[in-house]
Design a protein around this ligand. Structure first.
Ligand code: HEM
Length: 473
């Protein structure tokens, strides 16, 4: 590692102006070091060396060579929340799970969820309308909280379908557990903290047991229902699976009885369910929050997007799958929100063996941090207006938006890229389209623009937005 100390790889991109208004403060250190040491530099985290890599060519190499670089393991406390599923598995077992679960997230399957997604959004907006005192009134909504509740419901429906009521109770426990974890986020780095019987740790352990027990019960009930009526084989061939749980249960029933490393067991299904909630809820609600903030800041884009929604959807309350595909301006806006405010601000890989990267020898075990948010704000990749909201840059598609294909990676890259990407984009476009049909909105005077990182990228002082019912003239 000595070879790496003080190592300065040539900066591959222009210096980026530091703007506290756009970048979360926690990332300001990155700009400082980048100016001094270049786009790729080494930081010591106590005894651990961590290379920060923001050169897109090197990034592509790291994500494409899975035989050389592996996913970094989360802290055990975070891992408890993400479950031992796709998010954290490695090797053959990960590949088997990924193969089984990937088709679930194809648009053909997701489109079946559109009516229930639409219903969830309209129910939320009806509540906002009820909060208005008169027809002319406006209502101030703290959107980040509402969007978290919306996503809790949406993910529960996507995972549990017909077992929704039981699933809801389970995911509420997991939401509680996530609140504890977020509150103790800084403390998780204290060695041994997770073993201390503090009040919050004890609550987390108790919740964990309850979540596992309840999930197992729902899965067994669903399995029994299939087995007893011996419908499983038939349903495998004919019926479309209604939810993620169903797909995984069918897959587990299809495989040979002997347990191999690639078998999907009931315990695995429990862990995958936890992972979907952890990975899908706050990320997607964050995307919704930042998109709404940006549209509130830029009324001209809000107007353009609304016109598009009315042109495409006509009198339909909930856009269809075909409508969603035609909402191009809205798609550009969502991409620009993901670029400026990527919910997952960074990701980490670890060198599995000694490797050569960018002409340097990297010892086995070195951690490689890819600062997604900083790459998204790099002027050398995105032009002089890199920190400005300009959805037009996506008008010719993703491939044309930046100077390098790996410059845009809100969902990660390569084999381990986000499996829920289609679901997140569909949910975001559908939700924002329905909001635009019903309301015009602007920032509340109390809004303070201060993005901050607490596992994900949040608006530090919330997102109060003023909504006014939209009248068609
Ligand atoms: C992986 C971001 C929504 C499930 C990832 C990764 C990123 C990401 C960056 C890759 C992490 C890495 O390479 O280290 C996001 C964002 C979302 C979102 C920004 C919303 C805006 C969802 C949803 C689900 C989901 C809705 C599922 C319901 C997963 C899973 C993985 C993953 C299971 C691990 C995939 C694997 O390793 O095979 N996500 N995600 N995500 N995401 Fe998402």
């Amino acid at each position: 590692l000595k070879e790496l100390v003080g190592l300065v790889l040539k900066a591959s991109s222009q210096p980026m102006p530091l703007s506290h208004n756009i970048l979360p403060r926690v990332f300001s250190f990155y700009h400082h070091w980048k100016k001094i040491y270049g786009a790729t530099h080494l930081i010591w985290f106590g005894p651990k060396a961590r290379l920060t890599i923001s050169d897109p060519v090197l990034i592509r190499e790291i994500f494409s060579k899975t035989e050389l670089y592996e996913k970094y393991e989360s802290h055990p406390l975070v891992r408890k929340l993400e479950g031992d599923g796709l998010l954290s598995l490695k090797g053959e077992k990960w590949a088997h799970h990924r193969k089984i679960i990937t088709p679930t997230f194809h648009m053909e399957n997701l489109k079946l969820m559109i009516p229930s997604m639409g219903e969830t959004v309209t129910k939320m907006l009806d509540k906002w309308l009820d909060m208005l005192s008169s027809d002319e009134a406006t209502v101030e909504i703290e959107v980040s909280e509402w969007f978290q509740k919306l996503m809790e419901e949406a993910i529960t429906r996507a995972v549990f379908g017909s077992s929704y009521e039981d699933g809801k109770a389970i995911f509420q426990l997991q939401a509680e557990q996530m609140v504890f974890a977020t509150e103790s986020f800084q403390k998780v780095f204290i060695p041994g903290y997770r073993f201390l019987p503090t009040k919050k740790n004890r609550m987390t352990w108790r919740l964990d047991k309850e979540i596992n027990k309840s999930l197992m019960k729902v899965i067994e009930q669903r399995r029994e229902k299939h087995c007893c009526s011996s419908k499983l084989e038939r349903s495998n061939e004919c019926a479309e699976a209604e939810d993620l749980l169903e797909i995984m249960i069918r897959a587990s029933a299809r495989q040979p009885q002997q347990i191999s490393t690639s078998a999907i067991t009931l315990n695995d299904i429990v862990e995958e369910c936890k992972g979907f909630f952890f990975a899908g809820k706050n990320t997607t609600s964050n995307l919704l929050t930042w998109t709404t903030i940006l549209l509130a800041m830029h009324p001209e884009w809000q107007e353009l997007a609304r016109d598009e929604v009315f042109t495409v959807c006509g009198a339909r309350d909930v856009p269809t799958k075909d409508d969603v595909a035609k909402l191009r301006t809205l798609g550009m806006i969502v991409n620009e929100a993901l670029r400026l405010y990527p919910p997952a601000v960074a990701t980490i890989r670890r060198a599995k063996v000694d490797v050569q990267l960018g002409g340097c020898k990297i010892p086995r075990g070195t951690e490689l941090l890819v600062p997604i948010i900083a790459v998204h704000h790099d002027q050398a990749l995105w032009g002089h207006d890199a920190t400005k909201f300009n959805p037009t840059r996506f008008s010719q598609g993703l491939a044309w938006a930046a100077k390098h294909p790996t410059a845009f990676m809100p969902f990660g890259l390569g084999a381990r890229r986000c499996i829920g990407q289609n679901l997140a984009i569909l949910q975001a476009k559908l939700t924002i389209a329905i909001i635009l049909q019903r309301f015009t909105f602007e920032l509340a005077p109390t809004y303070q623009h201060a993005p901050t990182v607490l596992m994900l990228l949040y608006p530090q002082y919330g997102a109060p937005i003023i909504f006014r019912p939209h009248r068609i003239t």
